[in-house]
Design a protein around this ligand. Structure first.
Ligand code: ACO
Length: 380
């Protein structure tokens, strides 16, 4: 039976697209849970890979399950030389998100068998994607500077190894620990644009590399994951505390969006922004202050005064860039770093989608004409 919903909701606001037990957001109370566990608890006590396991398989792993998962990911971090060679041909001026989307899709050339009913295929695809995406992000960063990519270091944990491959030196322990928490915070967030994109692609039963590539492409936009990069450009453009209010007034007059603020679901400060702000302060205490932070604090105050009534508060992207800057990550890598983490959530939704799959095929409300006659080109 075909059911037609006649009410059109732009942006599908409030329209349930699936049933899911992966994560939960209460946008009024500022609560985010992964599989029922509060994000603050996971940020404090878990690790990114343990959280990824939780999201994908639905339960916290036993010690043995976690060790096996970490072990498998550690030994799948290398990428094939053909992928590196392909990446060397990417223009160094290209955006790293475009490089990541192309590289993620290219994995399908090497690994796709589409044995989607085979749990071992699912597990291996999960391991490969979680293991190789960071390597590809770091490889593009070094290659665009004209350097060779570094091989992953098997003795380093997930977060530390990524920072090592990116910055060509072993990271400080606090830096690696903070980065791991950032990954946990960005790992999943219900049915947002990129996750929906992943689910739509999954629903056709294509391979998981195409699923992740489509989600990466969707995350790249400035209204979604791309906002973290724009926040730093905005703080740089503001330049000083005195300019904050005139800048905000100008945005409000011209109806320009203030990057890193507002959210479809949260009407209070995003719980991840609160934790990211704490992490930024930890880094400032150890590695020195960032003058953009005081601009950010003043902007948050001013936006709250003017737009708090509309429920516009900092979202996850507002403070993440300040953390990443202190970790030596360049601003056009902020969104690829977000993608590294979100691969966990996308894969969790991929796996969940497969269990009860039906191809996405929504309807439309046609607003065009009918029975229009064809006009020959010489008469137009
Ligand atoms: N600055 C100023 N006003 C804003 C902002 C903002 N950042 N966000 C929303 N508003 C206002 C809108 O102007 C609108 O006001 P109006 O009702 O008077 O016209 C109202 O709040 C609702 O805004 P919409 O754009 O309709 O909200 P929507 O739910 O469609 O969009 C979004 C949410 C895209 C996140 C939006 O808040 C935005 O563009 N923010 C800036 C970009 C950003 O930070 N994106 C990252 C989001 S987090 C993530 O994706 C990882």
């Amino acid at each position: 039976m075909s059911v037609v919903c006649i009410e059109f909701k732009p942006g599908l606001e409030g329209v349930p697209a699936t049933q899911s037990s992966i994560s939960y957001v209460d946008g009024q109370k500022g609560v985010l849970e992964y599989r029922g566990i509060n994000i603050r608890e996971l940020a404090k006590s878990s690790s990114f890979l343990e959280t990824a396991y939780l999201l994908i398989w639905g339960n916290l792993p036993t010690r043995e399950e976690l060790e096996n998962f970490e072990h498998d990911i550690r030994y799948h971090r290398r990428i094939k030389y053909r992928i590196r060679d392909m990446m060397k041909c990417f223009p160094e001026t290209g955006h790293p998100m475009d490089a990541l989307q192309a590289s993620a899709a290219a994995l399908g050339l090497f690994y796709s068998r589409r044995a989607l009913d085979n749990p071992e295929y699912i597990r291996t695809a999960v391991v490969r994607l979680l293991a190789k995406i960071p390597t590809m992000v770091a490889a593009f960063e070094l290659m665009r500077k004209g350097n060779d990519a570094l091989q992953p270091r098997d003795d380093l944990d997930y977060a530390a190894n990524f920072l090592y491959m990116l910055n060509e030196q072993e990271p400080d322990e606090l830096a690696a620990q903070v980065f791991d928490v950032c990954l946990t915070l960005h790992a999943e967030h219900t049915i947002n644009a990129s996750t929906f994109s992943a689910m739509v692609t999954s629903s056709t039963l294509t391979d998981p590399y195409a699923v992740i590539a489509s989600a990466v492409g969707t995350l790249a936009g400035p209204l979604h994951g791309g906002a973290n990069e724009d926040v730093i450009s905005m703080l740089s453009e503001i330049g000083s505390i005195e300019n904050v209010r005139p800048y905000l007034d100008k945005c409000l007059q011209t109806k320009a969006k203030i990057m890193g603020f507002g959210h479809r679901v949260y009407k209070v400060k995003d719980p991840r922004a609160i934790i990211l702000q704490e992490l930024a302060e930890k880094l400032f205490d150890k590695f020195g202050y960032d003058k953009y932070y005081e601009i950010a604090l003043e902007l948050e105050k001013a936006v709250e005064e003017k737009l708090g009534g509309k429920g516009i508060y900092p979202n996850v992207d507002f403070y993440s860039g300040l953390v990443y800057r202190k970790l030596g990550i360049s601003s056009d890598l902020f969104t690829p770093v977000f993608a590294i983490a979100r691969v966990a959530g996308w894969l969790a939704h991929w796996k969940e989608q497969l269990a009860t799959n039906r191809i996405f095929r929504p309807t439309q409300i046609y607003t065009g004409e009918h029975d229009v006659s064809y006009t020959p080109i010489q008469e137009r």
